[in-house]
Design a protein around this ligand. Structure first.
Ligand SMILES: Cc1cc2nc3c(=O)[nH]c(=O)nc-3n(C[C@H](O)[C@H](O)[C@H](O)COP(=O)(O)OP(=O)(O)OC[C@H]3O[C@@H](n4cnc5c(N)ncnc54)[C@H](O)[C@@H]3O)c2cc1C
Length: 394
């Protein structure tokens, strides 16, 4: 039997890639450094462009059971909560072939994991950290760190789906200045029990609040009993003590945000979060190429992006789909398939990276620019605002 394609990382990108490769008739071995495959307690918006791919992989019944489908997105002015536009999402399935959905991250992770485990061609090993590797004309020799010591594994190709701080990327681009740099913005995330949130914010809808230098996104999860809230603020980097994760309680974060002069309803929502986890956002310079020989990158490892269009995981899912297709169409060797995959994906993913950054600038405007933006949002209305993102969802 030929050596498998090794996928480093069992995040959304790695697991979807394993499924997609199996559908293309390829063996995939997923190596995950964590001892257990689990996701942080937070939410994911999965836009129609990614939902279509996941449904195409046969996951639709599980997705439908775990997801909540928000009926609309309300764009609100941060200082008083005025709704500038209401984007009706009810026609998404007809227009883009899949609905807008939101998931608890752990639920989506489990769906992908169970889907991958059900494939005979997929093997998943946890507690296996991919170290360095050599590509010897088509056979990639990997050094893998496990609790039992260092192992050597031979692969017919290596996909680095190992996230923002990818070891595979570091190994491919040793000589380039490629370190992650703090973007100037931090995400604070919390899950708030719906019964503690102000009543108007408990509806089955997403909300986006715009303030100078900050924005807030929230939506209900599962049966609507919890609300996923993300507060993004421009702030200097904070000291983080080793591996420990900085967190704040609701009243402390609300006090810090007082400078935003937010609407009382928004402040109440922030105060209701028991534990706010600090998530500094890092950017990396774009790569001109993702692949070298029988090694390539996927998802955040290839194209980390600001989360302002909620497309990071969606683009990783699109990558995974393109990877499977490349093997079906051009896949005599990993090298040819990876080159085809990169050709199919790099322009679009780079476009989304740039658009995500611009979206942040748009959201965080202040003064007269914000006033003009708000007028423009009102003039465009929900339909017009949704149409601005049609290129993403198609
Ligand atoms: C605040 C915030 C909100 C977001 N909201 C959304 C959203 O609503 N919708 C959306 O589409 N995207 C969203 N994103 C982006 C999304 O979280 C990421 O783009 C996505 O998780 C990337 O998936 P991935 O599989 O590429 O990487 P990751 O999810 O980072 O997975 C990488 C995996 O690789 C493992 N790993 C790392 N190194 C090694 C190694 N050397 N060997 C083996 N395993 C390794 C890690 O343990 C991890 O399991 C958001 C991001 C943030 C910060």
């Amino acid at each position: 039997m030929s050596a498998p394609i090794v996928i480093a990382g069992a995040g959304v990108g790695g697991l979807t890639a394993a499924l997609s490769l199996a559908r293309a008739g390829r063996r995939a071995l997923v190596l995950e450094r964590a001892a257990k495959i689990e996701e942080v307690g937070a939410g994911f918006q999965i836009a129609p462009n990614a939902g279509r791919v996941l449904a195409g992989l046969g996951l639709e019944p599980m997705l439908a059971a775990a997801a909540l489908e928000p009926q609309a997105i309300n764009i609100r002015r941060g200082r008083d909560g005025a709704v500038l536009a209401r984007l009706d999402l009810s026609g998404a399935r007809e227009r883009w072939g899949a609905p807008f959905r939101v998931f608890h991250r752990a639920d989506l992770q489990q769906i992908l994991l169970q889907g991958a485990l059900a494939e005979e061609l997929v093997e998943i090993r946890t507690g296996a950290r991919v170290g360095d590797f050599e590509d010897r004309s088509g056979v990639v020799s990997l050094r893998v760190h496990t609790s039992g010591g260092l192992e050597q594994i031979d692969a017919s190709g290596l996909v680095g789906a190992d996230g923002q701080r990818s070891a595979v990327r570091a190994h491919l681009h040793r000589t380039e200045r490629d370190a992650p740099i703090y973007s100037g913005a931090t995400a604070w995330r919390a899950l708030v029990p719906a019964e503690l949130a102000p009543a108007p914010l408990r509806a089955q809808e997403s909300n986006l609040w715009l303030s100078p230098g900050a924005h807030v996104v929230h939506y209900p999860l599962r049966d609507g009993s919890i609300i996923n809230v993300v507060v993004i603020v421009e702030e200097p980097p904070r000291q983080q003590d080793g591996a420990s994760i900085l967190s704040l309680d609701g009243p402390s974060l609300a006090r810090e945000l007082d400078r935003l002069r937010s609407a009382p309803m928004l402040r109440e929502l922030v105060e209701a979060g028991a534990v706010w986890r600090h998530w500094p956002l890092f950017a990396r310079p774009p790569l001109k190429s993702w692949s070298r020989g029988a090694v390539t990158l996927l998802g955040d490892a290839a194209h980390p992006m600001m989360p302002f269009l909620a497309q990071g995981a969606a683009q990783a899912i699109e990558d995974a789909d393109a990877l499977g297709r490349a093997f079906t169409q051009f896949g005599a060797t990993a090298e040819t398939a990876f080159a085809a995959y990169e050709r199919a994906r790099i322009a679009r993913a780079s476009q989304v990276v740039r658009a995500s950054r611009r979206q942040g600038e748009y959201f965080h405007m202040g003064g007269p620019a914000a006033f003009a933006r708000d007028l423009a949002i009102r003039a465009l209305g929900g339909r017009g605002m949704l149409a601005r993102n049609a290129w993403l969802y198609r």
